[in-house]
Design a protein around this ligand. Structure first.
Ligand code: PRE
Length: 375
């Protein structure tokens, strides 16, 4: 497979543009970790952005041939920022497709400053954490990354000095039980990423450090915050799935990330090794709208997949913005446009042209979760 072309046209192209991978920054976000998994080779220039939308912008403009965005979390569901951009209701991202996926185990930390000691402040009466036992889903024993065996989800210090907690909305959605139990007195403030949250907490120079962040251990280390609690996610199996984006144009390659990505895999090489469908070797994503007032219009679309025995792995929807309470649907299914020995995927796409109002193929890529059996 060839590495995608450098952007054309301006004559002022960034010399690094053909090796740039955009991700939601700043450094040490979960998106950064996922990007390092997908692009381990040092040849890739990993470039942080301020928002998920900027990742789409950089891939669409050709500034970055690839981008990595969170798509869904096993606890909190779809990442709406990503779905909104994939929906592309403004027609800005016509060339963007998904070409790979990454699953990342997500373990959140509460990061801040340890409470003032009794000698340094009269307000620190050092009341211990509430005596009643924590809820069952926060009590499982874990050897945490550092090697210690503190209980997951249990404060390591008194948290009464924390007045404000910063994090990304997805991370708040994954740690609700901890926040409700141990930080009911604190204001929660949503920010653009968990690493940004750590930066803001570190910048709080009020006496005793009244701000904390929910972020990864690495984000906290990067800005010198103390660990106030480890593994505070509601569920032990908390996992986020990320999409790797690229520009449309090398479709015949069938996704993958081009030569020299350090993996040497020929995704979608058309050789048909194994069952490309039922075995779940690949997944594909389409978006579509249906005539809003026609009974059975959505069923007609889904029936295209059923009749070809193409297994659906997710369905999502966002407002289409055509009219109030009308929707644009996303369907993800097992199969690839590029390894389609029986023409089933091709057949579905042809039929979508007839039964959907508007539709778009958004990519085919290798299924990275075949062994997990979680689909
Ligand atoms: O804020 C970050 O660190 C991100 O990379 C974003 C994000 C998300 O949007 O889902 C990524 C993984 C976690 O689920 C929480 C936050």
């Amino acid at each position: 497979m060839a590495t995608p072309n450098a952007p054309q046209g301006s004559g002022q192209e960034d010399v690094n543009a053909n090796t740039t991978v955009a991700f939601l920054g700043p450094l040490n976000t979960y998106s950064h970790q996922a990007t390092k998994i997908a692009f381990p080779d040092p040849k890739w220039k990993l470039e942080p952005t301020g928002t998920i939308k900027e990742v789409f912008d950089r891939v669409q403009s050709g500034h970055a041939p690839y981008g990595v965005v969170p798509f869904e979390n096993s606890t909190h569901g779809t990442v709406t920022f990503t779905l909104d951009n994939l929906a592309d209701r403004g027609g800005e991202y016509a060339d963007i497709v998904v070409c790979d996926e990454v699953y990342l185990d997500v373990h959140h930390f509460l990061l801040g400053r340890l409470p003032p000691t009794p000698s340094s402040s009269s307000s620190s009466s050092a009341s211990p954490p509430p005596p009643s036992p924590p809820p069952p889903h926060l009590t499982a024993q874990h050897a945490v990354a550092s090697g210690s065996e503190e209980k997951r989800g249990t404060p390591l210090a008194d948290l009464s000095h924390i007045r404000r907690v910063y994090s990304h909305p997805q991370a708040f959605g994954q740690t609700g039980a901890f926040v409700r139990r141990y930080l009911p007195h604190a204001e929660t403030v949503e920010v653009s990423s968990t690493s940004r949250a750590a930066v803001l907490a570190a910048e709080d120079d009020t006496e005793g450090g009244m701000s904390a962040a929910i972020a990864s251990e690495w984000a906290g280390r990067g800005v010198g915050l103390d660990v106030l609690a480890r593994w505070i996610e509601d569920r032990e199996d908390n996992t986020t799935r990320f999409f790797v984006l690229r520009r449309r144009g090398d479709e015949k390659e069938g996704g993958g990330k081009g030569e020299g990505d350090g993996k040497g895999e020929g995704d979608g090489d058309g050789k048909g090794d194994g069952d490309a469908y039922g075995g779940g070797k690949y997944k594909s994503l389409v978006s579509f709208t249906v005539p809003h007032r026609r009974p059975g219009a959505l069923v007609d679309v889904l029936d295209c997949f059923r009749r070809r025995s193409l297994n659906l792995t997710s369905i999502s929807s966002v407002p289409s913005l055509v009219g109030p309470f009308q929707y644009l649907f996303f369907v993800e299914f097992e199969g690839s446009r590029f390894d389609d020995p029986e023409g089933r995927v091709g057949g579905v796409l042809e039929e979508l042209e007839r039964v959907a109002e508007q539709w778009r193929w958004l990519g085919s890529w290798r299924n990275r979760r075949r062994e997990g059996g979680s689909l």
